[in-house]
Write a protein that binds this ligand. Structure first.
Ligand SMILES: Nc1ncnc2c1ncn2[C@@H]1O[C@H](COP(=O)(O)OP(=O)(O)OP(=O)(O)O)[C@@H](O)[C@H]1O
Ligand SMILES: [Mg+2]
Length: 254
């Protein structure tokens, strides 16, 4: 049976920390298999949205549905949503293999099955030659791929990323972007990607949610956002920024 196109629906979400409102009445849908970026300035609530999706933070009001089921109060472990943090949070004393297999062992899966799953994922993220290395023997980009592999191995329906590339060099970022897109195409897994980097959001996303001032300023394809910015903030924060970047590159190579 064909599964419905919407995987997650957030309805009228408000979020307050004490008396401070950080998100006001936001509603949006995430489509199955899409790559959605959350883009906005520091403090606009990007991480808070991810934390509510995964369940480590609760909305002050409103609800979150996944495949039509209300998950607003469901514990994180029951949601089948994975997350890759900015600092990767790998186990420093375990090699790549065991960093990835750890969560499966906890699920009491057969050893052979664990082994074949881990090796399949390791190959997918291109870490075969590093499989018995510890995190400190890996580059930042390689560590990030371990973090992604560790999430992928649990077959989540949705993977959330919180600025996973902000600590990496420009060159490795571009390579990792391509790898991430390729993994997403292959597995058709829904990805939600937080960034404050306009270029990164444009390079990766099927759709981009631009956040500003407690609300969603625009949620649309990169093309539509660029050509039809919804308000002066989107025009300045996204369109003008990208134009400026292109112009400065053009000038430097003229
Ligand atoms: N646990 C908390 N207690 C109080 N205030 C919080 C808490 N978590 C976040 N905030 C506030 O909520 C707002 C949104 O924070 P959030 O971390 O979601 O922003 P962000 O868009 O991820 O920013 P950045 O790009 O800097 O990571 C900020 O003003 C922040 O100070
Ligand atoms: Mg954040």
């Amino acid at each position: 049976m064909e599964q419905p196109a919407v995987i997650i629906r957030c309805e009228n979400i408000n979020k307050k920390f004490k008396s401070k409102t950080v998100l006001e009445d936001i509603s949006f849908e995430i489509m199955r298999g899409e790559f959605l970026s959350l883009l906005g300035p520091s403090g606009c609530g990007k991480t808070t949205i991810l934390r509510m999706l995964i369940g480590i933070e609760k909305p002050s009001s409103g609800r979150i549905l996944k495949d039509g089921t209300d998950i607003t109060n469901m514990p994180p472990k029951d949601r089948n949503i994975g997350i890759v943090f900015q600092n990767y949070s790998l186990f420093p004393n375990m090699d790549v293999y065991h960093n990835i297999s750890y969560a499966l062992s906890a699920k009491k899966m057969e050893k052979d099955e664990i082994d074949s799953k881990v090796r399949e994922i390791v190959e997918m993220v291109g870490l075969e030659e590093h499989i018995y290395k510890k995190p400190r023997q890996l580059s930042g980009g390689q560590q990030q791929r371990v973090a992604i592999a560790r999430t992928l191995v649990l077959n989540p329906d949705v993977i959330l990323f919180d600025e996973p590339m902000s600590a990496l060099d420009a060159e490795i970022k571009v390579i990792l972007r391509e790898q991430l897109k390729a993994i997403q195409k292959k597995l058709k897994v829904t990805m939600v990607y937080v960034t404050h980097d306009q270029e990164e959001a444009f390079a990766l996303s099927d759709r981009i949610m631009v956040l500003n001032d407690l609300r969603i300023a625009q949620l649309d394809t990169p093309q539509n956002i660029y050509h039809h910015p919804a308000d002066p903030f989107v025009k300045r924060f996204v369109v003008d920024h990208l134009d400026l970047k292109v112009r400065s590159i053009e000038e430097s190579i003229r």
